[in-house]
Write a protein that binds this ligand. Structure first.
Ligand code: PBG
Length: 325
């Protein structure tokens, strides 16, 4: 039955009525904060393309993590900036690498904070690709061993969750086997399952110094138009042992999040990437949009699409805004 018996506006008449029928609320519990860690002491260096995002030395990172923990944010996702790069991304799997050091410090200082590590080689390779180069392309099977070794060193340092973002075929299985064989059956895998070759990663590549020095990532990351293929990627990762699957980017890919929610029962993470953040920051700086309202709306809609957790550079801002009201 329609109008005039049904009037949809009846339940929109006041903020309290709207609250009562609200289907989704984002809270800090849903958020994961990405953090960049670099060598040195007392370093806190802003990323020019990402206002409010910094490179932290381990000591400064610990301070930041304490504050995030106090704000109620349950987890951080770590990215490392190595002291040097080479063809094989050696520092990625060095037991004394920057991420491994950071994990040890964080688990010691703030043990309850969930530490997730990005597992990839691109920040560590001189060519900027996510794996080993053979004949001008990334060699899948040769890369698997290095990716698994990287994840193992993160687990040995104390990581709660490892998050492979390299998009090699078979990496989840390789990591699961390596972790289990070495006594880390309880370390979880959050797989960047449906990770698209996106231009929205632009600011991150500046932040992490990992732009490919030749070519692009189209031979390993997904082609943006492909929706059905994303479901295959996710299904394969679940079969290989992924505990959480991720869709990335988030905002322009909410159909993928929604499809994944309908098709799978595992927890789903959505990564609202650097470009999504920087666009809002830049537009807000120029007074074109209201940053708090736009960011909150973005996060709400990502959750509405079906994400159980959201990786966002707005995590700290959002927690601060929540604390203010
Ligand atoms: C590394 C990695 C990237 C991002 C997360 N992990 C960059 C890339 O794949 O080029 C992007 C994150 C962001 O844009 O916020 N493979």
């Amino acid at each position: 039955m329609g109008y005039p018996v049904n009037r949809m506006r009846r339940l929109r008449r006041s903020e309290n009525l709207r609250k009562m029928v609200r289907e989704v609320n984002v809270t800090v519990d849903d958020l994961i904060c990405p953090l960049f860690v670099t060598h040195g002491l007392d370093v806190k260096l802003q990323v020019p393309s990402m206002p409010g995002v910094f490179h932290y030395s381990v000591d400064a990172l610990v301070k930041e993590a304490r504050e995030l923990n106090d704000l109620g944010i349950p987890a951080v996702l770590l990215f490392g900036l190595p002291s040097g790069k080479d063809d094989f991304g050696t520092e990625a799997y060095s037991p004394d690498g920057i991420v491994q050091r950071a994990v040890r410090a964080l688990k010691k200082a703030v043990p309850e904070l969930v530490v997730i590590t990005d597992v990839c080689l691109c920040e560590y390779t001189s060519h900027g690709h996510c794996g080993v180069i053979r004949n001008g392309d990334v060699s899948n099977d040769e890369t698997l061993e290095l990716i698994a070794r990287t994840a193992l060193t993160h687990a040995q340092a104390g990581a709660d969750v490892v998050a492979p973002s390299d998009m090699m075929d078979g990496r989840v299985l390789a990591i699961r086997d390596t972790l289990d064989e070495n006594g880390f059956p309880d370390v979880a895998i959050m797989s960047y399952s449906a990770k698209f070759a996106s231009a929205f990663y632009g600011p991150f590549r500046e932040a992490a110094g990992c732009a490919p020095q030749f070519g692009d990532r189209a031979s390993y990351q997904m082609d943006p138009p492909n929706r059905r293929e994303a479901m295959r990627e996710i299904a394969l990762d679940i079969e290989e042992g992924a505990d959480v699957v991720m869709v990335k980017p988030a905002l322009a890919y909410l159909d993928i999040v929604s499809d994944a929610r309908a098709a799978f029962d595992v927890p789903i993470a959505a990564y609202s990437v650097s470009g999504e953040y920087s666009m809002v920051k830049a537009a807000a700086e120029r007074g074109f949009i209201d940053e708090c309202r736009v960011a909150t709306e973005m996060l709400t809609c990502i959750k509405r699409a079906g994400a159980d957790m959201i990786i966002t550079y707005f995590a700290r801002d959002f927690a601060t805004w929540q604390a203010e009201v």
